[in-house]
Design a protein around this ligand. Sequence first.
Ligand code: UDP
Length: 317
Amino acid sequence: MRAVVTGGAGFLGSHLCDKLLERGWDVLCLDNLITGAEMNVAHLSGNKKFQYLRRDVTQPLSIDGTVDAMLHFASPASPVDYLKFPIETMMVGSAGTHNALDLALAKKARFFLASTSECYGDPEVSPQSESYWGRVNPIGPRGVYDEAKRFSEAMTMAYLRYHDVDTRIVRIFNTYGPRMRLNDGRALPNFVYQALTGQSITVYGDGKQTRSFCYVSDLIEGIYRLLESSEHEPTNVGNPQEITILEFAERIRALIGAEVEIVFEPLPQDDPKQRRPDISKARRLLNWEPKVSLEDGLRDTLAYFRTQVDKEAARKA
Ligand code: UDP
């Protein structure tokens, strides 16, 4: 069995490559490295079942050989990244998804779309279940990501209905773990970096907005189970344990034992006030739920970030 993973050198894509290889798949990883990093797949370079090609999936794709699964994970995913690369974000979600679907059609491969809780926008209901249509501002700064992913979902359903491609859609909620980029601008890397380097922790708004953080190994297990299932409609995968951003900052500061201040900065436009997945569908369908506690997950993530901060300090010295 051979899988193609677009965005395979990204945070989630690289963990997915690891999982597929562990389950006996051959893996072709495609990435243009705008937000991914070769370092994330460097440990796989000697593996005969693994291949990496630097490719931009917004350009037409041609791949030699058979493909059994096409997993589309390419996209900037941190708000800071997609504000920096708004056109690339829209193109990878539109042209990139179209190309990936065409490849799945041509190769008679299963297609798997990495979608997002951002499809729910700034939700009025909590927790968010798959039946909620969302509240997205199409022309706000986050619209480039949210609408590209909503387009991706619509296009995926069109290929299922019109071309009979065997598709899956996962809606991924906030996820953390090793291989997140230190400077990707998201809450966790920012807070950890700030606490480790003795800088004030920046909480946006009053910090009362909530998120629910899932450890990467739990998320990838849920994704793998969804790939193996026969479910075509979107399925939430994430951790339902909800926490305010202020509490999250305090937890990280305490875990690191840093004596730094928490400072409040303006809340970015359209920042969702609450986010928590309803995972009853994943529980029922995939017999899946997260296992790693925030405490254990944060401990492993901190160990990774400590090494990254040390490397950065050595480079600067
Ligand atoms: N956030 C924050 N300080 C930071 C970075 C993010 O308070 O330095 C907040 C952000 O405004 C949001 C939450 O943390 O309310 C989660 O942001 P993140 O960028 O991690 O992901 P999002 O869930 O918004 O996509």
